[in-house]
Design a protein around this ligand. Structure first.
Ligand SMILES: [Zn+2]
Length: 257
């Protein structure tokens, strides 16, 4: 069973983007590639920063792109998104009463638990006590089913100075929740724009690279943010025999024939 994760397309209405990359074109190509694969992914998670400025025109372009995809798409917010404007793109996804895009779905025997770490006006993320309580209860309600917890913002320990400054501010509280539930086979993030794998909270945490621009891998103290051109990539999470395998697929690779 495969789940595709596509992250941080930063779609703009005008086709522009950081490092000269059109995130909309990249997202369209990644969705087509994921849908054309054999075996076919059971679903696709878009892990935040779906658009660049949270504007309606950007979401209109995003809607046209996702409409062309035959696979189920599960969206989440990133710090560049607007909760209400996003609703026009995904009318069938039920949001929480407070408007957050947090929900859980079962796909192929694995639970996808999507959280919403957007704090409007800030680059950093926060889940908040209410959402952490919901996550705790949701995990407890089905302890026998493996769960992937999706959070846009990683914890502030990546070594990227600029990302750590805009990380998940209540990561310690999230770690406490995750540690209580052995069913969590992965915490899957975006935000970093480069791939990362780390041990965290008694499980594995991964960050999916952006399908659009990358950030230069600068692990020096005080390293600054720098957008870089890259071919774009997405990830395939393969649940098999009690383990979650994660592959990174570059858009410039040829598909097997
Ligand atoms: Zn981003």
């Amino acid at each position: 069973m495969l789940i595709a994760q596509i992250s941080d397309p930063h779609v703009r209405a005008d086709g522009g983007g950081a490092a000269g990359i059109d995130g909309g074109e990249r997202l369209a190509r990644a969705l087509a590639r994921a849908a054309a694969r054999a075996p076919r992914p059971a679903a696709i998670v878009l892990s935040g920063d779906l658009v660049e400025r949270g504007e309606h025109a950007e979401y209109e372009r995003l809607a046209a792109i996702v409409r062309a995809c035959p696979l189920p798409i599960w969206p989440m917010t990133g710090n560049h998104d607007d909760r209400d404007a996003m609703a026009a793109v995904f009318p069938r996804v039920a949001r929480a009463d407070d408007g957050r895009w947090r929900y859980a779905v079962v796909v192929g025997g694995v639970r996808l638990i999507v959280t919403d770490s957007l704090e409007p006006g800030r680059a950093s993320g926060r889940l908040g006590d209410a959402q952490l309580g919901w996550l705790d209860a949701t995990l407890a309600s089905d302890a026998g089913t493996p769960a992937i917890v999706f959070v846009h913002h990683p914890p502030p320990s990546t070594g990227f100075t600029h990302i750590d400054r805009s990380a998940l501010v209540d990561a310690d509280a999230l770690a406490q929740v995750i540690r209580r539930h052995r069913c969590v086979v992965r915490v899957a993030c975006g935000h970093l724009h480069v791939p990362l794998t780390m041990n965290w909270a008694g499980t594995t945490l991964t960050a999916c690279p952006s399908v659009a621009h990358r950030f230069a891998l600068d692990l020096r103290a005080g390293g600054r943010i720098a957008a870089r051109s890259a071919p774009g990539a997405f990830q395939l999470h393969r649940w098999h025999d009690g383990a979650l395998h994660t592959y990174t697929v570059s858009l410039d690779e040829e598909e097997p024939t």
